[in-house]
Design a protein around this ligand. Structure first.
Ligand SMILES: Cc1cc2nc3c(=O)[nH]c(=O)nc-3n(C[C@H](O)[C@H](O)[C@H](O)COP(=O)(O)OP(=O)(O)OC[C@H]3O[C@@H](n4cnc5c(N)ncnc54)[C@H](O)[C@@H]3O)c2cc1C
Length: 371
């Protein structure tokens, strides 16, 4: 996703993290501006827009709910929760992915992932808080039972290195007379203010969704603007062998950096070369470097420890229990490394570590009943 955003910037897009749209402002009945709240300063301001596209996933019907729900096609989001768990490779050594039977004709996946084994997912209706979706105890039990039955292991909750859940933005037509009410396809809605809402898609359909939205805008404006998204290459791969060696960086880190950042891995390594500690791993035996914290603050708009541990690297999901152990040094090291970029004093560093702990608890990444 960050590669897509980086590419969009190259074409002139302005990407702004932590700006929450809180209101659609209309002029003569047409969507003209959006009012946004800056999550860092809490200030509010208005962004002028010729067109407004609402692509907010599972949150899509929070913006203008009355307009969306009162007009012909009713895109009611019906969230479905999916839970994953991560395990130490020594507990579940996998060399390739496996489709694991999970009873009643259902199946789950078990995959080697970023130095761990990843098991998931579940797919259940969900009506809780969509801002912080926690892995449910019975979902974790279901995943462990299927894994143990298939691989002959005896894994329990105590073997988890982390867990996470999310909600899929499935769309209900609102028509209870229809036997198949839930769609897993992207839907585009244009409502009376001209607001375009696109939601309900998959990760794998993102280019098609972008095309649907932009083609509609071009058509509405009577413009000839053929879609070029399929011609645009994303990122630039790099051979880990070709990366410059930096003193202190472990051998296995080069492959991990090349896979996450492609060509930009060179810049991360440059950052790692600035101070000895930045060339060190962030947590335990996983290859992710502490340099990724300042790098993501500089180049990827990371603004919190959670941004780095949960949304730039995946350490919060792979080593959640280690990170949340009282006295764990890793969140503090990340906060200090970010703080040097963002001008945080020691008090702010402590506050950011505490904020991460709260976020980890809210997301339930240590698994049910932990953290
Ligand atoms: C457990 C699980 C497993 C999945 N597995 C797969 C899979 O294997 N393959 C696949 O293709 N898909 C999969 N999906 C589905 C996929 O993740 C989603 O369908 C996809 O992320 C939807 O993309 P989106 O851009 O519409 O929404 P999102 O990815 O949810 O993006 C919406 C964005 O809008 C932002 N936002 C929300 N409200 C506001 C606001 N008011 N102002 C500003 N920004 C706002 C949010 O912060 C978010 O960044 C899975 C989903 C889950 C939960």
């Amino acid at each position: 996703m960050l590669t897509v955003l980086g590419e969009a910037e190259r074409f002139g897009a302005i990407c702004a993290n932590r700006l929450e749209v809180i209101e659609l402002v209309q002029e003569d009945g047409r969507a003209a501006d959006v009012k946004v709240r800056d999550g860092e300063t809490e200030s509010e301001f208005t962004v002028r827009a010729e067109n407004v596209v609402n692509a907010t996933g599972v949150w899509a019907d929070r913006i203008r709910p009355e307009e969306l729900h009162s007009e012909a096609e009713v895109p009611t989001i019906r969230p479905s929760r999916g839970t994953h768990i991560t395990l130490d490779r020594s507990d579940l050594p996998l060399v390739s992915g496996a489709i694991v039977p999970a009873g009643e004709g259902r199946s789950i996946f078990a995959l080697p992932w970023l130095g761990r084994s990843l098991v998931g997912t579940t797919d259940n209706n969900y009506d809780g808080d969509v801002d912080h979706v926690q892995p449910a105890a019975d979902d974790v039990e279901y995943l462990l039972d299927a894994t143990n039955a298939f691989f002959g292991t005896s894994l329990t909750n105590s073997n988890l290195t982390g867990a996470y859940a999310g909600v899929r933005p499935l769309i209900s037509t609102g028509d209870t007379r229809k036997s198949v009410d839930i769609s897993r396809k992207a839907e585009l809605y244009e409502t009376s203010s001209g607001l375009i809402t696109i939601t309900g898609g998959k990760l794998t359909t993102w280019r098609r969704m972008a095309k649907m939205a932009v083609d509609r805008l071009a058509e509405r404006d009577g413009r000839q603007a053929p879609c070029r998204t399929h011609e645009i290459p994303l990122g630039q791969a790099i051979d880990p062998q070709g990366l410059p060696r930096v003193e202190g960086v472990r051998d296995d880190a080069y492959g991990a950096l090349a896979s996450r950042y492609g060509h930009a891995a060179q810049k991360v390594l440059q950052t790692a070369g600035e101070r000895g500690e930045l060339a060190q791993p962030t947590v335990g035996e996983l290859p992710d470097l502490l340099a990724e914290a300042p790098f993501s603050a500089r180049h990827e708009q990371a603004r919190s420890v959670g941004d780095v541990l949960l949304r730039r690297t995946r350490l919060g999901l792979l080593a959640a229990r280690e990170l949340c152990t009282p006295g764990s040094e890793a969140p503090l090291r990340v906060a200090r490394a970010m703080g040097q970029e963002l001008g945080w004093d020691e008090r702010r560093v402590d506050a950011e570590v505490e904020r991460f702990r709260q976020e980890a608890r809210a997301e339930g990444i240590c698994g049910p009943g932990e953290g």
